[in-house]
Design a binder for this molecule. Structure first.
Ligand code: FEO
Length: 392
């Protein structure tokens, strides 16, 4: 338990055990499940934690309120990493009212069979706890249909659900002025690109809504608590959701025997010769796509290369491309390249994806049979030159 004020507490946990978040995304540095508690005339919990940490969570609550009852459990987001302890809270505090919106109630019944003592709230509705008053803002599809945020007026604190959150367990430092942010920024952007990015339009809608309230502290369900400089994270979310990429290049390739890789190397060199310093080169078979997508989100220029594998793209590139399409990527300048030995579909498939994603494809497309020849160097230079000319 960590006291954030004399009446608001962090009662979250660190997960350093799970390898894959959502059974898919590596979290080598762990993740925190942040939950909060407001102690007033009424006691309110805001979100819970993953079920595996049930005992720790309940112990933290009891360490503050002893034998007092919990009056409300606000569910800003019912994905199980935050709702996993609902049934335990109901068992420990049978009179607790679960606060959510109409869609939350649907999930609550479906996941947990809970239908009683549910308090449905609507947009801007308030709930008085004594000296603290909660106001609820609906933020659907950020990133589930039922997501909402809870604002506590007396401390100007926003409990934001997954929004403004990121990977990385809290290593002692919990608040933004207690940590070196560069690590958390990378892990926040990876979280954003892979989990929230598809819903960037809804992020913009939520930011517009929040612009009408004064926020001094942002309490997400993952990562650090922002109370020194909340504007920093709001600005980052604004940038990421507008998909405003920085000048820089991501080159991702799939190569079976090194020929497509050789083109990737030539392209990287061509960009360096043109003065570009931020160049990230990834073998898609070796680096998890979540890291590649995070850098694709960061920069404005992307080169995608694939050898042809049984008339298709090389499978790791196919996975990356599928994820890119699902993320509704936009505002990127793209070049494609690849090699083949007889049929050569991979580059055509890469081009097709750029059409589906509505991202701009730059010429020349580089497609080599067998090993790249001397003309490939010229093509790489030409493609790099065209892409650099389009940078800011
Ligand atoms: Fe952290 Fe969408 O759950």
């Amino acid at each position: 338990m960590i006291a954030m004020t004399d009446s608001i507490y962090w009662v979250g946990v660190n997960d350093r055990e799970t390898h894959l978040f959502e059974s898919m995304l590596p979290i080598p540095q762990g993740v925190s499940y942040n939950a909060y508690m407001i102690v007033d005339e009424k006691v309110a919990l805001i979100d819970t934690v993953k079920a595996d940490y049930n005992d720790t969570y309940l112990d933290k609550i009891k360490s503050v309120i002893g034998n007092r009852d919990v009056d409300y459990l606000v569910i800003n987001h019912i994905e199980p990493d935050h709702s996993g302890c609902i049934k335990s809270v109901v068992e420990a505090y049978p009179d607790v009212k679960i606060v959510g919106n109409k869609k939350t109630a649907n999930f609550l019944e479906g996941f947990y069979g809970v239908t009683e003592n549910v308090l449905i709230v609507k947009e801007s509705e308030t709930l008085n706890l004594g000296k603290h008053e909660l106001t609820f803002f609906m933020t659907p599809m950020l990133h589930w249909p039922e997501t909402m945020m809870t604002y506590e007026g007396s401390n100007k604190t926003l409990f934001s659900g997954d929004a403004f959150g990121g990977f990385g367990a809290l290593n002692g430092g919990v608040f933004d002025n207690e940590v070196n942010f560069s690590f958390y920024e990378d892990e926040m952007r990876r979280y954003y690109a892979n989990i929230v990015g598809r819903y960037s339009d809804m992020v913009q809608r939520a930011l517009n809504k929040l612009s009408n309230i004064e926020v001094q502290t942002i309490c997400s369900t993952h990562g650090i608590v922002w109370r020194d400089n909340p504007k920093q994270v709001i600005d980052l979310y604004d940038k990421w959701s507008k998909q405003e990429g920085e000048d820089g290049v991501v080159i991702a390739y799939g190569s079976m025997y090194g020929n497509t890789k050789a083109i990737a190397e030539q392209l990287a060199r061509a960009f360096a010769e043109l003065g570009i310093k931020d160049i990230k080169v990834y073998d898609a078979a070796r680096t998890h796509m979540s890291y590649i997508l995070s850098d694709i989100w960061r920069y404005n220029t992307v080169l995608l290369g694939s050898s042809t594998y049984n008339s298709k793209m090389f499978p790791p590139m196919e996975s990356l491309l599928s994820k890119m399409e699902n993320s509704k990527l936009k505002n990127k300048n793209i070049g494609v390249f690849g090699t083949y030995s007889w049929s050569g579909e991979s580059v055509d498939l890469l081009q097709k994806l750029t059409e589906q994603c509505k991202i701009q494809l730059f010429e020349p497309t580089i497609k080599n049979i067998f090993a790249p020849g001397s003309e490939t160097v010229d093509n790489c230079k030409a493609l790099a030159k065209n892409l650099v000319a389009a940078m800011k």
